[in-house]
Design a protein around this ligand. Structure first.
Ligand code: GLN
Length: 533
């Protein structure tokens, strides 16, 4: 089916209703029905990408194979669809304006006044259609960030209006709103939904389907009322009630017949009934754990679990494989010290030291590594977490007492982690790290190689510093193994301590590649090792 259809998902009433999960769920159902589907997120803020945003602002920055620093919703898209996204799947207002202004500077507009309509809206439409025309998807689902009524999202809603007009029958708008429950009167209230649909109508967009988020069951009367006030068919008013895991949402949406309605309204023919056996099996194992483990996640953004979204989801996938519930204990690295170390770490079955940037909280991370290493607790260090493992080993095993990363200390006499050669001349912050997927060759017989069960892998990176090869011999002599190497640049990508039960540090981010259908082998094996403890 080359004739691409476009589905837009907008949000009303409040933010954080789960547009990303609804978008991913519809996509999953359509994919399971045999369509080639992708999801895209349009973010209305002015940053060119979220790469320069503090995780407190926007949660985790998700990295794609082609090295784009993107919104964390793209992680959900990949985890649900099990196909990679790319730069084209996340567009911000900053990027749209940058593209338009670059064209203006080149003289592409031939002396015309450059305006929001048509130039900005044309660029938005171009970015939306690119996935259909260039990447040949049957269905492109576009999630529009923010809430309808925000000043920032106006050009996006206008672009949707134009596309609906230009491609009759091929564009569908799904609007997600909140139906609050008033316990005082025991009622579900539809007025906020009516108002937010009015706001869409004022912008010229009639939603085709309404998804109502609610904590109580939506009654037929409520459905009828919403349908009447908002000009939608009653069977297009879909209930989305709160569930214990996001992975249940596709199943609920299927029960609500959302996929059937979308297919009918887009006048497309599905090749098969949704094939959801793998998904259902994953859910069954997830919801019926036979055992449990507790993993300590040591990082400095623990106040906001979204900062470690992909890591937390990877543990959910790995837990399901091992039929075990993985409890995550978020441990603030800034408050971890030698005095409270026992109290905070001794009951854990495994310790993960998280990625991160800058000096804050680094000492706590190094303490966590030392505790894991000395007490034979399964350990996984990711990016900065691996670098901390290298620093700790250099200080406490090799005896380089002031060993450090030059990111934290410029004056260390043992810079065991140092800036990459290619990074030395770079001054700009945005999109200038070592980003995206790189090849890594695994050493036979190592924990990593046994986990992956292959010798060549591709994993995604986001860092400026690396293992300093000048110290390689010292580490090997004292019992650290290099388990993975980048063949092109000879960079150390994986370290292990073979005398330890399970001690692995990776310079890349395995969490970006774990999906429901392909749980990441390192997480699966880490949980397995934790189970044995
Ligand atoms: N700050 C470290 C570096 O840039 C690690 C980055 C990370 O953990 N993503 O190399």
């Amino acid at each position: 089916m080359a004739n691409t259809r476009y589905i837009f998902v907008t949000g009303g009433v409040t933010s954080s209703l789960g547009k990303g999960i609804i978008s991913a769920s519809i996509a999953k159902l359509l994919q399971a029905s045999g369509f080639k589907v992708t999801i895209q997120k349009l973010d209305p803020y002015l940053n060119v990408d979220p790469g320069t945003l503090n995780p407190y602002e926007h949660g985790e920055c998700y990295v794609t194979n082609d090295g784009a620093e993107t919104d964390l919703d793209l992680g959900h898209y990949e985890r649900f669809l099990n196909i990679p996204t790319s730069q084209a799947n996340n567009i911000t207002t900053g990027r749209i304006y940058q593209n338009v202004i670059n064209k203006e500077r080149r003289g592409d507009f031939l002396g015309k006044t450059v305006q929001v309509i048509p130039h900005i809206t044309d660029e938005i439409k171009r970015c939306i259609k690119l996935l259909g025309t260039k990447h040949k998807f049957d269905i492109v689902i576009t999630e529009i960030g923010g809430t309808v009524g925000d000043i920032e999202s106006l050009p996006y809603i206008e672009a949707v209006r134009q596309l609906k007009w230009e491609m009759p029958g091929k564009v569908l708008v799904i609007h997600l709103t909140l139906v609050p429950y008033l316990s005082a009167t025991g009622e579900l209230k539809t007025k906020p939904t009516q108002h937010s649909v009015k706001m869409l109508l004022e912008a010229g967009v009639q939603p085709d389907i309404l998804v109502l988020r609610a904590e109580k069951r939506i009654t037929t009367d409520v459905r009828k009322k919403v349908a009447l006030f908002c000009n939608v068919d009653i069977d297009s008013v879909i209930e989305s009630r709160d569930v214990s895991t996001i992975y249940e949402v596709p199943i609920l949406m299927h029960e609500e017949k959302l996929d059937e309605i979308v297919i009918k309204k887009l006048k497309i023919i599905s090749k098969q009934k949704p094939q959801l056996a793998v998904w259902q099996n994953f859910l069954k194992r997830l919801k019926n754990p036979k055992k449990q483990v507790t993993i300590g996640l040591v990082g400095k953004y623990v106040e906001l679990a979204d900062a470690y979204k992909s890591i937390i989801e990877s543990f959910i996938h790995a837990g399901s494989v091992n039929e075990c519930k993985v409890n995550i204990n978020l441990i603030h690295s800034e408050t971890l010290d030698n005095n409270n170390m026992l109290e905070k770490l001794s009951k854990l079955n495994g310790i993960l030291v998280a990625p991160g940037f800058g000096h804050r909280g680094i000492d706590g991370k190094i303490i966590a590594v030392k505790y894991a290493r000395e007490n034979n607790i399964p350990f996984l260090g990711i990016c900065l977490g691996m670098q901390c493992a290298v620093i700790e080993f250099a200080r406490n095993v090799i005896g380089f007492t002031d060993a450090h990363s030059t990111e934290m200390s410029r004056t260390t006499t043992h810079p065991v982690i140092d800036l990459m050669e290619e990074q030395k001349e770079i001054t700009e912050k945005g999109a200038t790290m070592r980003l995206g997927a790189y090849q890594c060759n695994l050493v036979k017989g190592t924990v990593a190689q046994k986990a992956y069960q292959k010798t060549t892998i591709q994993e995604r990176h986001r860092h400026r510093y690396e293992f300093n090869n000048g110290y390689l011999a010292d580490f090997q002599k004292h019992g650290m193994t290099i388990a993975g190497i980048n063949p092109d640049m000879n960079l150390v990508e994986i370290i292990e301590i073979p005398s330890h039960k399970w001690f692995v540090g990776v310079q890349f981010h395995p969490e970006y590649r774990s999906t429901v259908e392909n749980p990441h082998p390192l997480f699966v094996e880490f949980v397995k090792a934790a189970l044995k403890k």
